[in-house]
Design a protein around this ligand. Structure first.
Ligand code: PGA
Length: 253
């Protein structure tokens, strides 16, 4: 049985004090949550403070991105050792906003995935098609290219530690959610690609989150699909009550 994983991607939102307050609200709200893994990804600036808030609770810390180099002259970036020191357990890699605005490629995704795994941190690898790609019937090609790119030279033992997030780009922040069937079709396909790469056992165990306008009102339907194992939540993760409502929908499945 795959454990649901609900992760809040705060993106470039919340000051440090706002982040601490939101993290405290979430920690309080999820005290009774037993079956669902809860993860939050604040900004770099707030991460160390949020790490103190979530320490010893059932909320885990994620970081929104890393550089694949150990250290050095990379203005604006953070390394995996810095992330490790504050106790982050997950790193989001290859988010479509990184791909769209910051030149993320299949190669840089792969370098970051390998760096993250080498530090014994779990990558949340984001994949997903744009609207023109979907309309041109390229869904499967895009997904398989992104998956094989991200997992290039990643061993089975390491692949097991990864989480995938299917995020149709046209659904992110737009209010346009994929239907349950559209999402399930993509998730089932993603699992089949993992099966081809790593075999049935790893494919069965790998968690695949859905992301893109997931909200309290549509979470239960999406989470009821066979191959949807959680959510990567943007907008609805910025308030403790709406984030909790999605966690609760997972917990009640
Ligand atoms: P959204 O963002 O929930 O605001 O659509 C999801 C994401 O980009 O991870």
């Amino acid at each position: 049985m795959r454990k649901y994983i609900i992760a809040g991607n705060w993106k470039m939102n919340k000051t440090v004090s706002e982040s601490i307050a939101l993290a405290k609200g979430i920690v309080d709200a999820v005290k009774g949550i037993k079956k669902t893994e809860v993860v939050i990804a604040p900004t770099y600036l707030a991460a160390a403070k949020v790490a103190d808030v979530v320490k010893g609770t059932n909320v885990k810390l994620a970081i929104q991105d890393i550089h694949w180099q150990d250290q050095g002259a990379y203005t604006g970036k953070v390394s995996v050792d810095m992330v490790k020191e504050i106790g982050a357990e997950y790193i989001i890699i290859g988010h479509s906003e990184q791909r769209q605005y910051f030149h993320e490629t299949e190669e840089t995704v792969n370098l970051k995935v390998k760096k993250t795994l080498a530090a014994n941190i779990k990558p949340i690898i984001c994949i997903g098609e744009t609207l023109p790609q979907r309309e041109a019937n390229e869904l499967k090609t895009v997904l398989s290219t992104q998956i094989t790119g991200a997992f290039k030279d990643v061993s089975s033992a390491d692949a097991e530690k990864c989480v995938l997030a299917y995020e149709p780009v046209w659904a992110i922040g737009t209010g346009k959610v994929a239907t349950d069937e559209q999402a399930e079709e993509a998730h089932a396909y993603i699992r089949s690609v993992i099966k081809d790469l790593y075999g049935a056992k790893i494919a069965d165990e790998m968690r695949i989150q859905y992301g893109g306008s997931m909200k309290p009102g549509n979470a239960a339907g999406l989470l009821s699909q066979n191959d949807i194992d959680g959510g990567l939540i943007g907008g609805a993760a910025l308030k403790a009550d709406s984030f909790f409502a999605i966690i609760d929908a997972a917990e009640k499945r």
